[in-house]
Design a protein around this ligand. Structure first.
Ligand code: NCD
Length: 307
């Protein structure tokens, strides 16, 4: 595998390989000096055209733990402000001699486009409404920590599916590993067509919760909603928010997930996010080891992963 642009670049076997490798990096991360020389001499550039907290910091931490060198490209202080094109920007960065570009962009397909222009490995860290493959991998890993396997699990993905790259990548990854996925949303927050999506769809959250093994809340992506898709956020919360009352419908061992950043009080009640069944912080923690695994797969060579 040269790039990671979509969950489909991995398939079920590739996902399993990343998850297996992640176990080793969880072990590395638990050491008193959580660092291995696996990517010494490699240079990784962060090309983030969109805001990020978790994804950027966990990629950065992952790269440091693998001893790679990193360069940060800050759009707001770069020549992008002078009108430099994406292609010229990328070719300029590559001319410095780099090994990987980790890209986040508001438009779907930009990481793929960049991969056509450069020799470096390209990792998609979120492209528009399209995909966010490393989020899906860390979500699979987090579920596997609580339940040995995703096979046969019933996973409800709830909320703003239409604007969510996380939902697209999660559907691909969860179903590749054998889970049954149900999308729960008001019709206005579903994509215009779900043809070919291997999922069930409903707008009735209360009916789904008692049977769910995992309930995955999506952020209400207000910044991507250019038209009025909901009467009000209050109404959304009343029908599709995981309120405290509604959380009582869940089985005792059901898992509550959210990719962050959360709108506490909108898609998830503040106190529900802090219940023992909520693994939201665990998702963030696993993000580091999963991204170590991805960077290692793309840039490392097997022999270098030694104690
Ligand atoms: C998500 C993103 O930016 O795609 N956040 C993340 O990476 N964990 C989800 C979101 O913004 O809602």
């Amino acid at each position: 595998m040269k790039h990671l642009l979509s969950v489909n670049d991995l398939g079920a076997d590739g996902i399993e390989e990343v998850l297996r490798l992640t176990d080793s990096f969880v072990e590395v991360s638990a050491r008193s000096i959580p660092k291995v020389p696996a990517l010494r001499g490699k240079t990784i550039v962060w090309l983030f055209y969109e805001d990020s907290t978790r994804t950027r910091l966990s990629f950065e931490t992952a790269a440091k733990r693998l001893s790679a060198d990193t360069m940060n490209f800050s759009v707001s202080t770069s020549s992008v402000k002078k009108g430099e094109s994406l292609r010229d920007t990328v070719e300029t960065i590559e001319a410095m001699g780099i090994d990987a570009l980790v890209v986040r962009h508001a438009s779907a397909g930009v990481p793929w486009q960049i991969s056509q222009w450069v020799d470096a490995a390209v990792v998609n860290a979120g492209d528009g409404w399209h995909e966010h493959p490393t989020q899906a991998l860390l979500d699979c890993y987090t579920i596997r920590q609580r339940r040995q396997s995703l096979h046969g699990l019933r996973i409800a993905i709830v909320g703003d599916v239409k604007h969510s790259r996380v939902a697209r990548s999660d559907v691909l990854a969860f179903t590749a590993l054998g889970a049954e996925v149900t999308l729960v949303a008001p019709p206005t927050l579903l994509p215009p067509s779900l043809e070919g999506w291997p999922v069930d769809v409903t707008s009735d959250l209360d009916a789904v919760l008692p049977k769910a093994d995992v309930v995955y809340l999506l952020r209400m992506q207000k910044e991507r909603q250019h038209e009025s898709l909901l009467p009000s956020l209050r109404e959304y919360t009343a029908l599709w928010g995981l309120t405290r009352d509604r959380a009582r419908l869940l089985a005792d061992d059901a898992i509550v997930m959210h990719p962050g950043p959360m709108n506490r009080g909108v898609e998830i009640a503040a106190e529900v996010a802090d219940l023992p069944n909520a693994v939201i912080t665990q998702q963030v923690a696993n993000g580091v080891a999963v991204r170590m695994a991805v960077l290692y797969l793309l840039l490392g060579s097997g022999a270098e992963l030694v104690a």
